[in-house]
Write a protein that binds this ligand. Structure first.
Ligand code: 8YV
Length: 328
């Protein structure tokens, strides 16, 4: 156990934000981790008393560590992030301070890609809406459910052909879909057609799948102009971050019927979801569950702990977004 006296020598772990319960338990039991209080007053007192003890933070993509928290942790060496997305952590501030940042890539790629494909199918084929139709007793009364849109052989555009984007493309290729993509630059090793802008990509597809990392570099990348280019026969699927899409523009396009439908796992201000979408059967709404399987979350937890252990033992991270500055 860390005491005030030896705090400067002993590595002390801080949990920032809620974590998977088993991970939080392990941090408490095996690392004697402290937990950053939620309330502003308690947090201030905690940081004044313990900020200098902290050498590693464990957080999730939903919370992260901003520049002001980093400043209150002068001996911080690493931010260990549960999740592949780390847009809630200020990586520039971390870099300036020599603080390493890790995430959990690869282990969630399959589940997130599965979710994207599930959303494509559900949104185009209205399975969730049809299920509601049956449960409400409408089948027997109103007859067959209206016809929907075929997924196989459709044209799919992927924004962000990284690990997850490629896994989505691979799956939908097996459905006979024609795949095109937009990235900051064209990939030399991709079999898919490159579009030089999101608008150009949207113009040529039936379904636009957002798989780009969140953060300032992609904020509002899918704006009203992109949605107009996708058009009233087009569908938007987002399994990335709500920030990549202009949510107000999306909602008005859906409400006005200027978009055929949307499948959304992520939102601009989670867990808030625009209520006007609740009444639309051409929209599928998920509570940010893309990686949420027992297997994948266990693998994410294990990789999070591997990063933490490696940092505490060697000062290096296993899956770094950036490594800590050496010889701290
Ligand atoms: C997690 C995610 O739910 O990995 C990510 O970036 O969005 C999800 O897999 C989230 O990070 C957990 O906080």
């Amino acid at each position: 156990m860390t005491t005030q006296g030896d705090a400067a020598q002993k590595p002390t772990v801080l949990q920032v934000g809620p974590l998977k319960p088993s991970l939080a338990q392990t941090l408490a039991d095996d690392y004697a981790a402290r937990v950053l209080p939620d309330s502003a007053g308690e947090r201030k007192a905690f940081l004044a008393g313990h900020g200098a003890e902290i050498t590693a933070v464990v957080t999730s993509g939903r919370t992260g560590v901003d520049a002001s928290l980093m400043e209150a942790l002068p001996n911080l060496g690493a931010v260990v992030n549960f999740g592949v997305g780390y847009d809630t952590t200020d990586v520039d501030a971390a870099s300036a301070r020599g603080v390493g940042v890790s995430n959990t890539p690869d282990v969630l790629t399959d589940c997130v890609a599965d979710t994207a494909v599930g959303l494509v199918i559900d949104t185009l084929r209205h399975f969730s809406a049809s299920d509601r139709y049956v449960r409400a007793g409408r089948w027997a009364v109103e007859g067959n459910y209206p016809l929907t849109r075929q997924v196989s052989n459709s044209r799919v555009g992927v924004i962000g052909l990284g690990r997850i984007g490629r896994a989505i493309a691979l799956r939908l290729s097996a459905f006979g879909c024609t795949i095109s993509y937009h990235n900051r630059s064209e990939l030399s090793d991709s079999p898919y057609t490159y579009a030089s802008s999101p608008v150009e990509l949207a113009r040529g597809v039936d379904v636009l799948v957002v798989a780009a990392a969140g953060g300032d570099g992609t904020r509002g990348l899918v704006d009203g102009e992109v949605l107009d280019a996708l058009g009233s026969d087009g569908y938007l699927i987002n399994i990335a971050r709500g920030s990549v899409v202009d949510q107000d523009a999306l909602v008005s396009a859906l409400v006005d019927g200027r978009l055929a439908g949307a499948g959304l796992d992520v939102f601009a201000d989670e867990p808030q979801v625009p209520e006007v979408l609740f009444g639309l059967d051409n929209v599928v709404l998920l509570p940010h569950v893309a990686s949420g399987t027992v297997q994948t979350r266990a693998a994410m937890e294990a990789l999070t702990l591997q990063n933490l252990d490696a940092f505490l033992a060697t000062g290096e991270l296993v899956t770094p977004v950036q490594q800590p500055a050496p010889a701290r």
